[in-house]
Design a protein around this ligand. Structure first.
Ligand SMILES: Cc1cc2nc3c(=O)[nH]c(=O)nc-3n(C[C@H](O)[C@H](O)[C@H](O)COP(=O)(O)O)c2cc1C
Length: 124
């Protein structure tokens, strides 16, 4: 595949400006009590990468019990949804497309990330 082909638009199930897809990468930048993606960190980071055909965001937890890593953003509260809307708008304003990666890390988590709950502890 030539470099030129990589940079050509893709128009099948989705229309992309090019065939470059940014892989999901946890950045641990949701350093706030609500695990909210912020305009100044997340918004800027993803806007700067909007020239990729498609961005897949860092893994984002679907509930308070789904956290596996420090300072990862969520998408289970209204504030988080609003934060992601701003991120998405900045990517769209710069010509990009963005999908969110949803995750629930299951029992690989640690109690410190799931408010002290031992819900995932194996039974003896
Ligand atoms: C700093 C860092 C953070 C990552 N975070 C995620 C993540 O949130 N979700 C995920 O599915 N993969 C994550 N990955 C894996 C990357 O998506 C993966 O490295 C990429 O797809 C390239 O695949 P490879 O490492 O097998 O070559 C992360 C990788 C790195 C280096």
């Amino acid at each position: 595949m030539s470099k030129q082909h990589l940079l050509t638009p893709y128009n099948k199930n989705i229309s992309l400006n090019n065939r470059v897809v940014m892989a999901p990468m946890t950045r641990s930048r949701a350093d706030n009590a609500g695990h909210i993606p912020t305009d100044d960190l997340h918004g800027l980071y993803y806007e700067q990468r909007a020239s990729a055909g498609l961005i897949i965001t860092e893994g984002s937890q679907v509930s308070t019990q789904a956290v596996g890593y420090v300072n990862t953003p969520g998408i289970y509260s209204d504030e988080q949804v609003e934060g992601w809307k701003k991120v998405t708008q900045r990517v769209h304003d710069n010509g990009g497309k963005i999908f969110i990666q949803l995750w629930h890390v299951g029992r690989m988590s640690h109690p410190i990330f799931i408010t002290g709950s031992y819900h995932y502890r194996l039974q003896p």
